[in-house]
Design a protein around this ligand. Structure first.
Ligand SMILES: O=C(O)COP(=O)(O)O
Ligand SMILES: [Mg+2]
Length: 217
């Protein structure tokens, strides 16, 4: 069995790992510390995908706070770290599929907007750190998704032409970054809810289960 792409770049939150409840708890601990009301997880999910700074900005704005995200960023990072491994879960089929891709000689990397220092410990806790030859976080470079450069950086690191790298993600941010990088994209439908219409985007495929990746032709 062969796989049509020599390299695959994966988004992390909402694609490989369901970290929603942990991120939501970190946001709520920050809000509580500021004397602001907790927010339901479902609402917070719509704010994830563009990095921690944007997440805090959305939370503060939603709460009607005039505080700037910079003012609470360091405190949020303390909560983020404390909540990182509360209850993260791999989506169904992730390990088997990563192993099947590795067996087919596919090279893999992670491109996430999550703060970079939290990425290796999360991948290790999930037992999937050994599959990736490269990891770029939201603050690893001067750019983050939807800028294409984090993806192009990983393609260069893997020494695979961008057009032959497949990007797999759950958000508009992933889609836009891949498009701008000239990479084909597969979107997963189980990621974090948002207004982006996955099916209308023009992805190579929209998959409901991670394991469907292996059937791509
Ligand atoms: O932490 C975020 O903002 C999103 O992370 P992701 O890019 O892995 O979805
Ligand atoms: Mg994501």
């Amino acid at each position: 069995m062969t796989f049509p792409f020599p390299a695959v770049l994966f988004d992390l939150d909402g694609t490989l790992v369901d970290s929603a409840s942990d991120i939501a708890e970190a946001v709520n601990r920050m809000l509580a510390e500021l004397g602001l009301p907790r927010v339901p997880e479902a609402r917070i999910l719509g704010w994830i995908g563009e990095g921690a700074h944007q997440l805090i900005t959305s939370a503060l704005r939603d709460a009607g706070s005039t505080l700037d995200a910079d003012a609470v960023y360091a405190r949020f990072m303390v909560h983020y770290e404390a909540c990182l491994l509360l209850d993260p879960r791999l989506y169904d089929g992730v390990v088997d599929t990563l192993q099947a891709l590795r067996d087919r000689g596919v090279r893999m990397a992670v491109c996430t907007n999550k703060p970079s220092r939290f990425v290796p410990p999360l991948l290790a806790a999930m037992g999937i750190d050994g599959y990736f030859e490269g990891v770029v976080g939201g603050d690893s470079l001067a750019w983050r998704k939807p800028d294409p450069r984090p993806l192009l950086h990983l393609a260069a690191q893997l020494d695979v032409e961008p057009a032959r790298c497949l990007m797999v993600g759950d958000s508009e941010t992933d889609f836009a970054a891949a498009r701008a990088a000239g990479m084909p994209v597969v979107l997963v439908s189980y990621g974090y809810p948002r207004s982006f219409d996955l099916h209308a985007a023009g992805a190579l495929a929209v998959i409901d289960r991670f394991g469907e990746l292996i059937g791509l032709e």
